[in-house]
Design a protein around this ligand. Structure first.
Ligand code: SAM
Length: 283
């Protein structure tokens, strides 16, 4: 059931829909965003938490729906984001904790959830400049890995992430959670292998691919020579020939112990911070 009412008080924010029923169509539509098909059709995704929603709005992302728990009503920060949602024609919904738990599939849900429009960067618009670093991921499969990589790329000062081939969805709830908000700050582009290789020819970059059979120790590479694209292989099968042969260097992170390889997100983090160390000349 839903009805409309005016929020009163010092932060009068306008028309808010109140929803307590799980059968409400708005709630059903939001819950359907757990499926990639629905995210693609509506070009939207869900992000949880007031801080994330504020960050996203500040970075210019378009909010379609703001959902908040009854208990958060009247909080100045929540009223602020509600106002901003109204200002861009979005919907604001106040729900019970039961509804919020159901939307987020969590027992202790965040008080605020935002439904945003998806935003990809066009590969053609990525024109790397000196000292910039990008990450290119070959068919990344695991949402947790992708989210962690986006977060780490952000923290390492990288300029963007390029998804090559059939990748996991950067806008799935699991990926968004793992990015901890960095998805809003980090440009993400998509490309087929052919599109990536064509782009690489036109862009003045050095592609440093990581490979278990790499011939170069990752610490010895000159990351300052040209803008860097760190290319990382798929979790199961590693980097395929067609991408590996096009790389300017095949780097290896020397390992000890019994592990065959590093986890993809860990390997990406090691590479990102090594490139950063060189670029910032930290010795
Ligand atoms: N079985 C896969 C293989 O044979 O390549 C393992 C892939 S590994 C889990 C995922 C990716 O992380 C690799 O394709 C590579 O890009 C990177 N990686 C992991 N450990 C590495 C290492 N020690 N040196 C270089 N790259 C590494």
């Amino acid at each position: 059931m839903s009805d409309e009412k005016n929020l009163s008080g010092p932060h009068r924010v306008g028309l808010v829909k109140e929803v307590t029923s799980l059968a409400n169509p708005i709630i059903k539509d939001i819950k359907a965003l757990s499926q990639k098909k629905t995210r693609d059709e509506t070009n939207t995704f869900m992000a949880e938490g007031l801080k994330l929603v504020i960050d996203a709005l500040e970075l210019g992302w378009t909010i379609r729906t703001l959902v908040y728990a009854k208990a958060a009503k009247g909080k100045p920060a929540v009223e602020q984001v509600a106002l901003r949602t109204f200002a861009t024609g979005g919907l604001v919904v106040e729900v019970s904790e039961k509804v919020l738990s159901s939307i987020t599939r969590r027992d202790n849900p965040q008080m605020v959830v935002g439904i945003f429009e998806q935003q990809f960067t066009r590969l053609a618009d990525i024109q790397p400049k000196a000292t910039e670093t990008y990450v290119a991921l070959d068919r990344v499969r695991d949402p947790g890995n992708l989210g962690t990589i986006i977060r780490t790329a952000d923290a390492a000062g990288a300029s963007g992430v390029i998804l090559i081939g059939d990748s996991t969805d950067p806008f799935s709830l699991e990926t968004i959670r793992a990015t901890m908000g960095s998805v809003f700050a980090m440009p993400v582009a998509r490309a087929s292998v052919e599109e990536f290789l064509r782009w690489k020819k036109g862009a003045d970059v050095q592609v440093v691919a990581t490979h278990l059979a790499g011939s170069v120790d990752y610490r010895t590479i000159d990351y300052r020579r040209k803008p860097v694209v760190l290319m990382m292989g798929n979790e199961q099968s590693g980097l395929p020939e067609d991408l590996a042969t096009e790389a300017d260097a095949l780097a290896r992170i020397p390992q000890q112990g019994r592990a065959d390889s590093l986890n993809l997100a860990i390997a990406t983090g090691v590479m990102l911070f090594e490139a950063r160390r060189h670029l910032l000349d930290l010795g």
